[in-house]
Design a protein around this ligand. Structure first.
Ligand SMILES: [Zn+2]
Length: 407
């Protein structure tokens, strides 16, 4: 099983330049290959990513000598990724590949294959650039497969993919137990309240996270008042991007605790599709944070579920988990429930529901009661994070290898 651990880097000036160059080279190679692909295709030639990599290698020394300043895998992997993007396009899973722009998902593959790089404690040794310091140690032990370097706002990260044996993976997680029983739970994911579990457990967001979210809310209000195209607006935007990246990381840590708990305590975990309810005044912003959290939540949940033999069921995105009354046997339904409404009373059975707990309970029932439930979405054991989100529901059950999902 392959798991990626993404770790923040401590870079000196030269290393930052190297990373920016690596990302630049990868972006250039992607855009070059995309252009070649289009032209060849229009000329009626058959194109493949392997062919394009050969083509690039043949002209690289002559035309793009600066490419040799970074690892040769950076441009190669970018073209492989383009090949994958085309495959996804041809099978109807995503849009036609687009040119990459600077500053959007900057990333590149930094190793030359297994055995060409090493991870020792908090040090990462890479080809060309040498030793880079990391903020934390690799969480998993096993055979390191690849390193993808990526940028979020002005911080750089290394996603190190490691091949771990199942038993080692369990050991790293400090547990050898599988989930205790056959219990089913539903999970309602929020923002200030991180998660509500159908058995009544509530996971609050940490103080640090709540503080960052408050700052973000303020920051986005400020941004909206700045004049378009002004320097101040750029500055505010940059600050906001940094804050956003920080929130993602603070949140990631609390999500680890949550996903470990869930996969230890339950045999089946029912979650919502990416349809997350906004919980802050600025709904667009709330949505962005919630989506990122949801994505990370599923990434963690899927690999931990696989380790422990836990089944993950994804409810249909149109399943009205917030609106149905969760009292067993009651057919009540809340109509026009505003986002700010935290609790409501059912007109039929008079039960008063906490909004989130009610949703979690409905999700739990989804796996047993709903006739469309398991057959429609839940047969798989886990969810692949790369395939989640705005795609069709049919994609929810692919295997959960987490390589290169930062590219
Ligand atoms: Zn009711």
């Amino acid at each position: 099983m392959i798991i990626a651990h993404k770790i923040a880097l401590k870079l000196n000036v030269q290393q930052r330049i190297y990373c920016a160059r690596g990302a630049g080279t990868a972006r250039f190679a992607w855009n070059w290959a995309l252009h070649e692909w289009k032209q060849s295709y229009e000329a009626g030639e058959k194109v493949s990513e392997a062919g394009l990599r050969k083509r690039l290698n043949a002209i690289k020394r002559e035309q793009f000598p600066w490419m040799f300043e970074v690892t040769k895998v950076a441009p190669q992997q970018a073209i492989k990724n383009l090949g994958t993007a085309f495959t996804r396009f041809f099978t109807g899973k995503s849009q036609y590949p687009q040119p990459k722009r600077k500053g959007q998902h900057d990333s590149f593959r930094a190793d030359n294959g297994p055995g060409t790089f090493a991870v020792v404690g908090r040090r990462l040794k890479l080809p060309v650039v040498g030793v880079i310091k990391m903020r934390e140690e690799l969480r998993f032990s096993g055979k390191p497969i690849s390193v993808t370097i990526s940028r979020e706002a002005d911080r750089w990260f290394a996603a190190i993919a490691v091949e771990v044996a199942m038993d080692i993976a369990m050991e790293v997680e400090h547990t050898t137990q599988t989930s205790e029983n056959q219990a089913v739970c539903g999970v309602d994911l929020g923002i200030s309240r991180l998660a509500t579990i159908s058995d009544g457990t509530i996971y609050q967001a940490t103080h640090a996270l709540r503080r960052e979210i408050r700052k973000l809310r303020r920051g986005s209000r400020r941004l909206s008042r700045k004049q378009k195209g002004s320097k101040n607006r750029d500055k505010a935007k940059h600050r906001l991007a940094k804050l956003h990246a920080r929130i993602v990381h603070v949140r990631r840590d609390s999500l680890h605790k949550l996903t470990t708990d869930l996969t230890r305590r339950f045999a089946t975990v029912v979650i919502e599709d990416l349809n997350v309810k906004g919980m802050m005044a600025n709904r667009k912003l709330a949505r962005a944070i919630a989506d990122v959290g949801m994505y990370e939540f599923r990434r963690q949940l899927s690999y931990k579920a696989e380790m422990r033999g836990v089944r993950v069921v994804v409810a249909d995105r149109f399943f009205p988990s917030s609106q149905l009354c969760s009292t067993p046997g009651c057919e009540g339904r809340a109509v026009g429930l505003g986002l700010a409404v935290r609790s409501w009373t059912c007109n039929f059975c008079n039960a008063t529901h906490d909004r989130d707990l009610n949703a979690a309970k409905n999700l739990e029932r989804y796996s047993t009661v709903s006739s469309t439930g398991i057959n429609a979405c839940g047969a798989g054991s886990s969810v692949a994070p790369g395939q989640l989100g705005r795609r069709s529901p049919a994609l929810k059950q692919e295997s959960n290898v987490v390589i290169n999902d930062y590219t």
